[in-house]
Design a protein around this ligand. Structure first.
Ligand SMILES: CC(C)(COP(=O)(O)OP(=O)(O)OC[C@H]1O[C@@H](n2cnc3c(N)ncnc32)[C@H](O)[C@@H]1OP(=O)(O)O)[C@@H](O)C(=O)NCCC(=O)NCCS
Length: 443
C-alpha cells in the first residue's frame, strides 16, 4: 500500500527517509539480523522473521510496510522500522491498530533522531488507514517519548515446574494424545481461538490466511515459528488445540495456546497435555546440555490455572506490557460506546444520567449519559487543574481504558490522579474495569 506522508524525505546530512521496495529485501534482512544481534554477530531468528514480512508470502505484510533511512552516497540502510497493520477487538468491537516493530539504527547513526522521524511517518500511516491506535513492545520507557503509555498486559501467564507435572497413574493408558496440526485443522483452531477471546478485553482478530501462514509459511528458524498441534481422544476425535514455541527460551517451553472444546473437562485433559509438553521440552533441552527448567502457559485468565491452582505459579514481568498510543481518546471512546453502555447496563449504575468530565490536565473529554445511553463524547478542557470528575496525569488514562489497573491502583501510584468522589470512582470502575487481555499479535 502506497500512502502519502511526504516520502521520500530528505533528512539532510546525506540521509534519505523512504518506503522500502522489493529491491530492498536482502539488504533489509541483513540489516535487521545485524542491528538486532545484541551480543551475537547475527540474529538468524530476527533475520528470518524479517524476511517473512518482506518476501511477499505474508498475507498482510510486504516491503511497503517498512521504512528505511539510507545514506545516499552508498545506498546503505542505516535505520529502519516496520509497521504491521492489524485488527484488534475491544470487548468484541473491532478496531484498526498498527504495530511498530523491528526498530533499529546502526550504532554510528544513533541519537540523531532517525527513529523519531520514522515514528512520525508511521503515525501518519496509522491515521491514513483510520487506525485508532498504534502499539509497540520493546525496550522499556524509550517509546514513552513518542506518545506511548504502557497500558496493556501483553504477554503474561503462569509457569509449571517439571516436577509438578502429574504423572500418568500406574496401569492407566494416556486418555488424550497430541498430533501435529495440518491446514485442514484451521477451522477447528479458529473456532477454539474465537471462543478463547471471549475471556479477554483486548484480542487480535486473526484470519484463516494468517493461521495458514503461521502453519506453513514460516521459516522454522523464525522468531515467530510455532508448533501447532491437535489434542485427540484415542479414537481420533479432536478435543483441543495446542500451540507452543519451537525452542526453549532460558530453559522454558512456552505454550501460547491450549484450548479445548466445550463440554470437555480441563481436569481430564490438562494432565495429558502437560505430560506431552514435558516430553517435548525434554527433547528440546537434550542437545543443549541444559535442563528443561519450566513449562509456561500464556494468558491471564486461563481455565487450566483454575483447574490446577497449586501447580501453575504466576510469574509476572511488568515490562512485557504493550506500549499504546491513542492519538484521539474521544474518537476511541466513541468507537467503543456499545461496550461502555453495556457495562453500565449490567452494573449498579444501570440507567445512569449525568455528565462525567475526565481530564489529563491539558485537555480531556466530557461523557454525557442519559438514562444509560452515552449521548455525547466531547472534548473538554478543565478551567482549573482541580476541576472535573477525574484527572489522569499524562497518558495514564490509557491504563484504565485498556483494563490494566483499577481506579484505586492508578490513584495509589500517581498523586495527581484523582476522582472527585467515591461515587465517581465506582462509576469509573464500572465503565473501565480491570480486565485481562491476550494479544496474539500479527507479526
Ligand atoms: C533504540 C534505538 C532503535 C534508537 O535509535 P535512534 O536512531 O538512536 O533513536 P532516535 O535518535 O530517533 O531516538 C529518539 C530520542 O531518543 C533518544 N534515545 C536514543 N536511544 C535511547 C535509549 N536507549 N533510551 C532513551 N533514549 C534514547 C535519542 O537521543 C533521541 O532523543 P532526542 O530526540 O531528545 O535527541 C537504537 O539504539 C538501536 O537500534 N538499538 C538496538 C536495537 C534495539 O534495541 N531496538 C529496539 C527494539 S524494540
Amino acid at each position: 500500500m502506497s500512502l502519502a506522508s511526504g516520502l521520500p524525505r530528505d533528512l539532510g546530512g546525506g540521509l534519505l527517509l523512504r518506503q522500502a521496495t522489493a529491491a530492498d529485501v536482502e539488504a533489509l534482512v541483513q540489516f535487521n539480523g545485524t542491528v538486532h544481534a545484541e551480543d551475537k554477530p547475527f540474529n538468524t531468528a530476527v533475520a528470518a522473521i524479517s524476511r517473512e514480512g518482506l518476501a511477499g508470502q505474508h498475507p498482510t505484510l510486504g516491503p511497503s510496510d517498512h521504512l528505511i533511512v539510507e545514506a545516499t552516497p552508498t545506498g546503505e540502510i542505516v535505520s529502519s522500522i516496520q509497521f504491521i497493520p492489524q485488527t484488534w477487538s475491544y470487548a468484541g468491537i473491532p478496531f484498526g491498530i498498527g504495530r511498530i516493530e523491528a526498530v533499529g539504527t546502526l550504532p554510528e547513526y544513533r541519537r540523531k533522531g532517525l527513529v523519531r522521524h520514522q515514528m512520525d511517518v508511521a503515525h501518519q500511516w496509522a491515521a491514513e488507514r483510520g487506525h485508532l491506535a498504534t502499539f509497540i513492545t520493546g525496550i522499556p520507557w524509550y517509546y514513552a517519548q513518542f506518545g506511548y503509555e504502557q497500558a496493556v498486559v501483553f504477554r503474561t501467564g503462569r509457569t509449571i515446574f517439571p516436577a509438578l507435572v502429574p504423572p500418568l497413574p500406574e496401569g492407566q493408558t494416556e486418555p488424550f494424545h497430541v498430533r501435529a496440526a495440518t491446514t485442514a485443522d484451521v477451522p477447528f483452531i479458529a473456532a477454539r481461538y474465537a471462543a478463547a477471546t471471549q475471556r479477554y478485553l483486548l484480542t487480535t482478530v486473526y484470519s484463516a490466511d494468517l493461521w495458514r501462514f503461521d502453519m506453513t509459511g514460516r521459516d522454522p528458524a523464525s522468531l515467530a515459528a510455532v508448533t501447532m498441534a491437535i489434542i485427540e481422544t484415542p479414537t481420533g476425535e479432536a478435543v483441543g488445540w495446542l500451540e507452543h514455541s519451537n525452542e526453549l527460551f532460558g530453559g522454558n517451553l512456552s505454550t501460547h495456546n491450549f484450548e479445548i472444546i466445550p463440554g470437555v473437562s480441563w481436569l481430564a485433559v490438562t494432565p495429558s497435555v502437560l505430560r506431552h509438553l514435558l516430553a517435548v521440552g525434554q527433547q528440546m533441552a537434550a542437545p543443549t546440555g541444559q535442563p528443561l527448567r519450566r513449562l509456561s502457559l500464556r494468558g491471564e485468565a486461563h481455565p487450566a490455572f483454575q483447574a490446577f491452582p497449586e501447580r501453575f505459579i504466576a510469574m509476572h514481568r511488568a515490562n512485557w506490557n504493550a506500549y499504546m498510543r491513542v492519538p484521539d481518546i474521544a474518537a476511541f471512546l466513541r468507537h467503543i460506546t456499545p461496550a461502555l453502555e453495556e457495562r453500565l447496563a449490567r452494573s449498579v449504575a444501570v440507567g445512569h444520567t449525568g455528565a462525567l468530565t475526565l481530564h489529563w490536565y491539558r485537555d480531556g473529554v466530557q461523557l454525557t449519559w442519559e438514562q444509560g445511553r452515552l449521548v455525547g463524547i466531547e472534548p473538554w478542557q478543565p478551567p482549573r487543574p482541580e476541576n472535573g470528575d477525574a484527572a489522569f496525569p499524562e497518558l495514564t488514562f490509557l491504563r484504565r481504558l485498556f483494563g490494566w489497573q483499577t481506579q484505586e491502583e492508578l490513584e495509589a501510584g500517581f498523586n495527581d490522579a484523582f476522582s472527585a468522589s467515591p461515587e465517581v470512582r465506582v462509576l469509573l470502575n464500572i465503565l473501565f474495569p480491570k480486565e485481562p487481555s491476550y494479544i496474539r499479535s500479527v507479526s
